[in-house]
Structure formats: C-alpha cells, structure tokens
Design a protein around this ligand. Structure first.
Ligand code: GDP
Length: 287
C-alpha cells in the first residue's frame, strides 16, 4: 500500500487537485484523530489557497477522546472549522452537511441575493494515504457510489456523489503526500499503521512508541503488563514485559523481537485502550 512519493508525483497530484478545486465550494481535509499533525499534508493550505476548508478528524472511535477534544479546541481557537467522525461505524452525513452549510452560509446567501437558483454544495475530500478517505466516501455514498465511469467509451469525467439534496461530493478523493522531514511524523505514521513497518526499523518504532506511552499513558502500561512502574530505562521496560509474558529464548534471555511484535500489535489492537500519539501541546513546543 505504501507509495513512494517523488517530486514529479507531488507536482502531478497538486496539479490534478488544483484542477478539481475549481469545481468545488469546500474542501474536507481528512486527518487521523490520533495524529492530526502527523497525518496532515505539509502544503495543504498553499494548495487550496482561500478555498473554505472543514477539518474532519476521522477514526475518533480509536483515538483518546480527551486528546481529541483538545484538538477540536486547538483548531477552533484558530477559527478553523472542525468535526470529529468515525467513518467506519457511524453515518457521518448529518454532521458534514450541517458543518458545510454553516461554513458556506454567506456565500450561498449572496448567491440567493443575486437571484441565482439554489444549488447543492459541492465538496471534495483531501488527505494523505490511510486517513480513511475511501471509507468516508463510501459512508457518504451510502453504498451507491458512482461507478459509472468505467464503461468503455464513457469519459471518466468528474463523477458526483449525491450525498443529500444539499450536498454533492466528488467521487475520487485527492491523495496528498505526508510530511517527510520530521522523524517523529514517520514514527507516528508507522505506529498507527499508515506506513509499512519495514520502512523504519521495528525496534526504533517501538522505542518511540514506548517513550510516548511512558510519558502519556504510564498507568495503562503498568496495568496491561503488570509492570513495576520503573520507567527510567526503556530497554529494561521491554525486558520486564518480555519476562512477564514469558517471551524467553534458551538461556533465559528475553526474545526482544517477540516483545516488539506483541507490543505493536497490542497498541494497534486497542489492548492498551484508545490512544492518541500527538497532542496540541507537542506541536506548540516545536513551533
Ligand atoms: P484512505 O487511504 O485514506 O482511502 O483510507 P481507507 O479508507 O482505505 O482507510 C484506511 C484504514 O483505516 C482501513 O483499514 C479502514 O478500515 C480504517 N478506517 C477508516 N476510517 C476509520 C474509522 O473512522 N475508524 C476506524 N477504527 N478505522 C477506520
């Protein structure tokens, strides 16, 4: 699933998206609620310019609800409209239609005042891979997603999904590249499963994740792995987890590979509860 992004790809993606932008009133920037900063494209605002934007924090069902609320406040403080959704399990139509109407209220009132006929809002989804663009599209399409373009002889023109009387969505989401420069971003994308584990070393990903958990969710680690709570030395913590779980090799040595594998699987499998890997305060520190 992982795609290598080269400068040529980025320029092409950007061009294609800017063409489509001409057709829409509003952009939905889809982010992973667990890592809103790490799952954003570094040039989003530059690409969409002054087009109104709604930030949609997806996967809210698996993010830490308290932290998600901090993110909502963070965006609202910047006058950036934001909603949280769970596109996999929950119908998101009502929330998205309501938020879009609110953002475009003035524009549509102006059109009305000029005597223009009422029309649906037109929107497109944008985001980096794995944030849930296809899932949200299907969710909004209520399964009758536009498939009409594949017949031979039919130009694959823009297809619109009629979400509601008041909203039409471009059927293909715009795919943008993730941030590359920031190592922390790479680890966040890896921990949440957005990029393949093989791109970064598994032990580095685990040490990064463990450090975040120790600093932000120590009690969950203690409870899950029956730890002593001595967290000064991360390797010692891995060893303790390995011993508690009985992941031992001959000679009684801890099988660290097994510890890495289980820890990552259990983090992703919500065995430590709903986790977020980024808080607004982490971003502010960097800025
Ligand atoms: P895209 O690459 O942006 O189109 O992302 P996909 O729609 O393919 O979703 C990536 C993965 O995230 C899939 O395994 C989805 O099932 C999962 N996913 C998408 N939305 C949600 C959500 O709201 N909650 C949860 N728990 N998983 C989601």
């Amino acid at each position: 699933m992982t795609v290598q992004w080269f400068p040529g790809h980025m320029a092409k993606a950007r061009r294609q998206i800017q063409e489509k932008l001409k057709l829409v009133d509003i952009v939905y920037e889809l982010l992973d609620a667990r890592i809103p900063y790490s799952s954003s494209n570094p040039m989003m605002n530059e690409i969409i310019k002054h087009k109104p934007k709604l930030i949609i924090l997806n996967k809210a069902d698996i993010a830490d609800a308290t932290v998600t609320q901090q993110w909502v406040n963070y965006f609202k403080q910047q006058n950036q409209p934001v909603i949280t959704v769970d596109a996999l399990h929950q119908n998101a139509i009502k929330q998205i239609v309501e938020a879009s109407k609110e953002i475009l209220k003035e524009k549509f009132e102006k059109e009305k005042a000029k005597g223009l006929r009422p029309r649906p809002i037109r929107a497109m989804i944008l985001g980096i891979p794995n944030v849930g663009k296809s899932t949200l599209t299907n969710n909004l399409a209520k399964r009758k997603a536009a498939q009409t373009g594949d017949r031979p002889g039919v130009t694959k023109a823009q297809q619109w999904i009629k979400v509601e009387k008041e909203l039409e969505l471009l059927d293909t989401p715009g795919v943008l590249w993730p941030k590359f420069e920031d190592q922390r971003v790479g680890y966040n994308l890896a921990v949440t499963g957005a990029i393949k584990d093989t791109i970064l070393h598994l032990d580095d990903i685990i040490l990064y994740a463990l450090d975040y958990l120790i600093n932000n969710y120590p009690e969950r680690l203690i409870e899950r792995y029956h730890l002593s709570g001595e967290f000064d030395d991360k390797v010692a913590v891995l060893e303790e987890i390995g011993r508690k779980r009985g992941f031992l090799q001959s000679g009684g040595y801890v099988d660290y590979d097994k510890v890495y594998e289980i820890l990552l699987r259990e983090i992703r499998g919500l065995k430590l509860g709903r986790l977020s890997f980024e808080r607004p305060i982490d971003i502010k520190k960097e800025d």
